[in-house]
Design a protein. Sequence first.
Length: 240
Amino acid sequence: MRWLPEGWIPKAIAIDIDGTITDDSKVLHTGAIESLRRIEAAGIPVILCTGNVRAIVYGLWRFIKLSGVMVCENGGVVWHPNSEPLLRADGNEAKNAAKWLSTKIEGLDEQGITTNAWRESEWCLKSDEDLDAIRDELSNSQWSHLSVVKTGFAIHLMEPWINKGEGLTVGLEMMNISPEDVLAIGDAPNDIPMFELVHHSIAVGGSFPSLQKVASITSDLPHGAAIEPVINEIIDRLEG
């Protein structure tokens, strides 16, 4: 199978973390990690574009030895160690909304997921909360403007201008790279704005149907296993 458009080589790769280079249990795929190291060594920077928090993303970025910017919290935080972090929203709005929801929906845990301890621009409820009830309650509240996006790991409450496409746009401007030169890889609905921004996109096997509808290609290989053949094709083209 050919993974890239004829004659095209990306100048950067924007890739999701959870469900893309990990499995459903958040276990990292070692082959995917090695592939990302190989493409960085070949001179193509990797941009981690994720719903995860900056502290976790930086740890992964550092230990894989990546060079691209980090687009965290679905674009709410854009950062590279050589620059000040750009915080694109105040997460207190979403946190207050979660607290209010807990008074309206019986049993809803306002504390949400563990990584909320480090969140800066959004707030995440657990993925098994009642999504329809959350949306219904928020639609008639002072927080009706907030976006509600469910991934395989959380329900994200965030400001309406926060998404991976907008965050990646900022990151690419920092790197002086055009979206037309970027390959995006992901698995969930929060990857849709990123896919719509770039020239070419690949949904890994096991990804959400809504993402597959907008992806250039959908892999049959699950999660991290989909990464290695894509990287192999890029390196083969680089080597001529």
